[in-house]
Ligand binder design. Structure first.
Ligand code: TNX
Length: 541
């Protein structure tokens, strides 16, 4: 039977009006807290629904649009279409206003449309993260965005998270999820710890043994350096193709990857591959235990400098980041003190002990300077751990303050830029509670969520000029005691949420209000399938 078309039409309208879709109400009480939210109670809410279009006109906004469509899809079950022409109504327009600072954004919500305007595509992206986090969790429903205007700008330009993929190896897919976790928290720097005593984890074409030998260890110590080993061969490394794919993945999410080649200490895995680079000549093994190895690069051996040049040239060839991390932490000097070549180098360079540092400290500065100069010749800048201040270094090097805040203070006072990552507040390998059996580094006091949240990165007595040298804040996740990625998520979530507030928001602190907002963010963690520390969502003793 042929149904007359007016009748069909009538049936369709009836169906759509009687099957009104459920809708959930969005809330802009997100993490990190936006600077200004002005709701317009006289205006109707905007309803995000399956017919809503995302308008993106250039390629950077189209990348943003695709990611936003994915976020919406995983929360609501529908995927909005992306278009390049603005419809009459029912759209979310992604655009920029170059007059604003790059990461700033505004969101204008009316009944007809949502306009997200970033200072650049990264600002737009943070606006979209706010719209995403405003959704109260997974539901097969439309979303009602209250009308009004949000204006937001981050406090710090450098908002980082570090991840140690040497002590344990995490697959490229896990690294991508880690990057997604950064993006969710408006972070824009991924400090990728790629080398250490226990494993060299990046392919170097000019030094093939680094991956071949340096990425594998014969076993792993059980527990906290008990002296017992599991004797299970362990290894893994990232090929350069995998690394390039991860760099692109991060860059789509407005995240710069800062690779770290930790030198001249924490190099035992490299020494296992090329024993001639050590003071004793080896043999060395890729370390099976945790701690600080006495075996470091021989600073008196010219081929070490050639090795460093090769590594840094390949690294700068792969990573576009302006900053490259060259480590410099925990470099014992016992081998150098006994090594004829190191002592000859000290003599040749005219290095002497003084009341601030030893000749060996200055020899380390010489190695660091060589590496920093090599980076400078490629137009890049070095970042180093705060130890590098000890033998002196020039102020173009950025200092990463981890042994408390003193390194950052000294650095900023001397005119270096500094990134604050003090262990006592921002080390996410530390335990999260006083409970017996709580996993985490056994040697450190537990680092509870309220302590992370309460950290103030700019010392009170800083002048404006000194404060301007604190370019950012970072959390570090060292992985001696983090054997798999779900556990890495447990250690970082929700401490990332507290970190992101320090990095982004300038608002006065209110931990209870933060916990309320955190319960909303938890629903996004659930929707994404992230593991987290559930106990931390309540106030803890
Ligand atoms: C110190 S922080 C280290 C790492 C360890 C970490 C464990 C830094 C520059 N060095 O090698 O993994 O402590 O908490």
């Amino acid at each position: 039977m042929k149904i007359p078309s007016p009748l069909l039409c009538f049936a369709a309208i009836a169906l759509s009006s009687c099957s009104e879709r459920p809708a959930v109400e969005a809330s802009y009480d997100v993490i990190p807290l936006p600077q200004k939210v002005a709701l317009d109670s006289a205006e109707k809410a905007f309803k995000l629904n399956p017919r809503t279009r995302i308008v993106a006109t250039d390629s950077a906004q189209q990348i943003n649009a695709r990611l936003f469509a994915e976020y919406i899809s995983s929360l609501t079950g529908f995927t909005p279409k992306i278009v390049s022409n603005t419809p009459a109504s029912d759209y979310i327009h992604l655009t920029t206003d170059p007059a604003e600072s790059a990461d700033a954004y505004t969101i204008n919500v009316t009944a007809d449309s949502v306009v997200v305007r970033g200072g650049s595509a990264s600002g737009t992206f943070y606006g979209l993260q706010t719209l995403r986090k405003a959704i109260p969790g997974k539901a097969e429903a439309d979303v009602l965005y209250p009308a009004g205007k949000i204006s937001d700008v981050p406090r710090f330009a450098y908002r980082g998270a570090h991840f140690d993929t040497s002590r344990h190896f995490f697959s490229p897919d896990s690294v991508k999820i880690f990057i997604d976790m950064l993006a969710l928290h408006n972070m824009n720097r991924f400090h990728w710890h790629l080398t250490d005593d226990q494993g060299w984890r990046i392919e170097m074409k000019s030094l093939p043994e680094l991956a071949k030998i340096g990425s594998k260890r014969a076993g792993t110590v059980i527990g906290n350096n008990t002296g017992e080993y599991d004797n299970i061969p362990y290894g893994g490394y990232y090929t350069q193709d995998e690394v390039k794919e991860i760099i692109k993945y991060a860059s789509d999410r407005h995240i710069t990857i800062i690779p770290e080649i930790d030198l001249p200490g924490h190099m035992q895995a490299a020494l296992a591959a090329y024993p001639e680079l050590g003071c004793t000549g080896g043999p060395y093994e890729v370390w099976q235990r945790w701690g600080v190895s006495d075996d470091v690069l021989c600073a008196g051996n010219d081929s070490v400098y050639v090795f460093l040049d090769k590594v840094l040239d390949e690294i700068t060839g792969i990573f576009p980041s302006e900053y490259i991390h060259i480590g410099g932490d925990e470099c014992p000097k016992v081998r150098w003190k006994e090594c004829a070549r190191c002592q000859a180098k000290i003599k040749a360079l005219g290095l002497r002990d003084d009341k601030h540092s030893t000749a060996e400290d200055k020899l380390q500065s010489h190695v660091m300077k060589h590496a920093a100069d090599r980076l400078a010749s490629k137009g890049r800048k070095a970042i180093g751990w705060d130890e590098i201040l000890e033998g002196g270094c020039d102020t173009t090097t950025v200092i990463m303050s981890w042994r408390g805040v003193q390194g950052g203070i000294k650095a900023a006072q001397a005119g270096h830029d500094a990134i604050m990552t003090p262990a006592t507040y921002l080390y996410f390998d530390y335990k999260q509670s006083h409970d017996e059996g709580e996993p985490g580094a056994f040697y450190a006091a537990p680092l509870l969520l309220d302590k992370v949240y309460g950290y103030e990165p700019i010392p009170e007595d800083f002048t404006d000029e000194q404060a301007a040298h604190i370019i950012g804040v970072q959390g570090n996740t060292w992985c001696e005691y983090i054997p798999n990625f779900r556990h890495a998520q447990y250690m970082t979530l929700p401490r990332f949420a507290a970190l992101s507030e320090l990095q982004w928001s300038s608002a006065p602190k209110d931990f209870d209000a933060f916990l309320v907002r955190l319960s909303q963010l938890r629903k996004i963690y659930d929707a994404e399938g992230y593991n987290y520390n559930a106990k931390a969502f309540e106030r803890q003793e």
